[in-house]
Design a protein around this ligand. Structure first.
Ligand SMILES: [Zn+2]
Length: 164
């Protein structure tokens, strides 16, 4: 596996079957991690109907991690009824650290990134214009453009903690 791409589901706090078809790992409001229907390895070669389609134009070799939240999000002042909770955010970061370790994926902007960042770098894919993740409610001072590097710092911190 080459990349980890981080999402929010734009759904409610617990994963649906449909969401499980689209991500490899889903983190609920309590910080528990649910496995998706497909394994990361199913995305090594994407065969129709047999892989987790989480990132238009970027599924091959990519692990999809989703935080179950953000249904109804419009903007910073109208976040809807399912804002990402601190506990689930931290759990998702710890999960990404474990995955980075397990699959030997370095934590760089090219290899561990948000769906939003992927869409910005790949403007001709259906990922262009995706807004996950441009806002972290528990770290509301982090600007949309800073979220990716903030997330990578968090993941690095967890990874060092595991390795210590
Ligand atoms: Zn996404």
């Amino acid at each position: 596996m080459k990349k980890i791409i981080i999402h929010w589901t734009a759904g409610v706090y617990y994963p649906t079957y449909y969401e499980k078809e689209h991500y490899h790992y889903l983190v609920d409001k309590d910080g528990n991690v649910h496995n998706g229907i497909f394994k990361p390895e199913d995305n090594e070669i994407c065969r129709f109907g047999k892989y987790a389609a989480h990132t238009g134009g970027g599924n091959t070799g990519s692990i999809g991690v989703a935080i179950c939240a953000m249904a109804g999000f419009k903007n910073k002042s109208s976040v809807g009824n399912y804002p990402i909770l601190k506990k689930q955010f931290e759990s998702a970061m710890a999960l990404c650290a474990k995955l980075s370790d397990k699959y030997n994926i370095p934590i760089t902007p090219q290899t561990v990134l948000t769906h939003y960042e992927f869409g910005k770098k790949n403007s001709k894919t259906t990922s262009a214009g995706k807004i996950d993740i441009i806002y972290i409610p528990s770290y509301s001072w982090v600007t949309p453009e800073e979220v990716g590097s903030f997330i990578r710092s968090k993941i690095k911190w967890y990874k060092q903690k595991f390795e210590a």
